[in-house]
Design a protein around this ligand. Structure first.
Ligand SMILES: *Cc1c(COP(=O)(O)O)cnc(C)c1O
Length: 359
């Protein structure tokens, strides 16, 4: 979270703009909250340049919920969908889909372990065209940034979007708002808020209006894209406070220079860490160079017995939450939009000093 947003939220918490109540206490249908909500949605549309062909929905359930919500909304008239599995999150998505239809994993990087020099990578995507087209797929799903292993796409699938005969669905939970997107290329873009947008509790879905009539009859009304869209994301009570905070984050991001600023900033911050890793003999990043995430930087220590010492000394300097996901071990620095450059510089300096002290 940007510090200025937290300060503003703290100032406004007890009494929002002199109205005598907290945003938490407002009815979601009150004029005050309606104004907050509409500005938030409109700022989000501006930031990502969302075209009129697409609706922006504020929902609940998180990205994992979307793994069920998306199939329930897009499977009418179809039996299967295509999946690109590049890591833990996309695997989870294709697995959940099999509750609703035939999950076809058309591309993955599962043979990665055989080649230690490129343990994690984005597979070549052009071959997807022939694996997907003509197969009656409801959609093609992929995860634009694999948060756990630190593998990020750089537009490979977006560039091919026009050539697929089915819509593209993208999980952008951990890199949304970190770069400009051609939203028109996607059927659905979704993401939980808690990485690059705001506090947990709200999930944003950008949905092509042409797909609003493809829900299965069993899809819960509160999760039916068409119903949520018709009701302006107010079919039921949305997570009002999380949306309000997301709105403050959008204002902050616009002041900084929007997603173009976020993209430039992410490049600088990520390069600083990857250069530190590459110039060292203690640290190693298992992701192929051109596929390295700008949001999540995973790295290991050559001597794993130093892990706990590294984490303890980092914590003494206020550098926390660096332990890698339990499924991959090692370390992971998540450097979302709100992480200031100074925070990344402090980590890089600590990493160099730690290496020197262990040499
Ligand atoms: C965090 C994350 C999820 C899970 O989000 P929840 O809000 O916990 O459901 C899914 N996909 C990606 C890419 C993530 O980073």
């Amino acid at each position: 979270m940007p510090e200025s947003v937290l300060r503003r939220a703290a100032e406004e918490m007890l009494d929002w703009q002199g109205k005598g109540l907290s945003v938490m206490e407002m009815s979601h249908r009150s004029p005050e909250y309606t104004a907050i909500f509409e500005k938030t949605r409109s700022d989000f549309r501006t930031l990502l340049n969302v075209p009129d062909t697409h609706d922006v929905l504020f929902m609940q359930g998180g990205a994992v919920g979307m793994n069920a919500i998306v199939p329930l909304n897009l499977l009418k008239g179809f039996e299967q969908a295509a999946f690109v599995n590049t890591g833990a999150w996309s695997k989870k998505t294709s697995k959940e889909f099999s509750k609703y239809g035939l999950s076809r994993v058309v591309l993955d990087n599962a043979n990665a372990q055989a080649d230690a020099s490129s343990a994690c990578y984005v597979p070549e995507c052009v071959s997807l065209l022939e694996r997907v087209n003509g197969q009656q797929m409801a959609y093609l799903h992929y995860c634009d940034n694999e948060t756990i292993s630190g593998v990020e796409f750089t537009g490979q699938i977006e560039a091919l979007a026009d050539r697929f005969d089915c819509p593209i669905v993208a999980d952008m939970s951990s890199n949304i708002l970190s770069k400009p997107l051609d939203v028109a290329s996607y059927g659905v873009i979704y993401g939980g808020a808690q990485k690059n947008i705001g506090p947990a509790g709200v999930t944003i879905a950008i949905v092509d209006k042409a797909l609003l009539n493809r829900a299965l009859p069993i899809c819960p009304s509160a999760f039916t894209f068409g119903t949520v869209a018709e009701n302006g994301s107010m079919y039921n009570t949305p997570p009002t406070y999380s949306i309000y905070i997301a709105g403050l984050v959008f204002e902050w991001l616009m002041e900084q220079g929007g997603v173009a600023w976020a993209q430039a900033q992410a490049r600088i911050k990520a390069d600083l860490l990857y250069d530190t890793i590459d110039q060292s003999s203690l640290y190693n990043c298992p992701v192929r160079q051109q596929d390295r995430s700008r949001m999540n930087v995973p790295f290991t220590l050559a001597d794993e017995s130093l892990n706990s010492k590294f984490l303890a000394q980092a914590a003494q300097r206020g550098l926390v939450q660096l332990k890698g996901h339990k499924s991959v071990g090692g370390m992971r620095a998540s450097i979302y939009n709100a992480m200031p450059l100074e925070g990344v510089q402090a980590l890089a300096a600590f990493m160099r000093e730690f290496e020197k002290s262990e040499a």
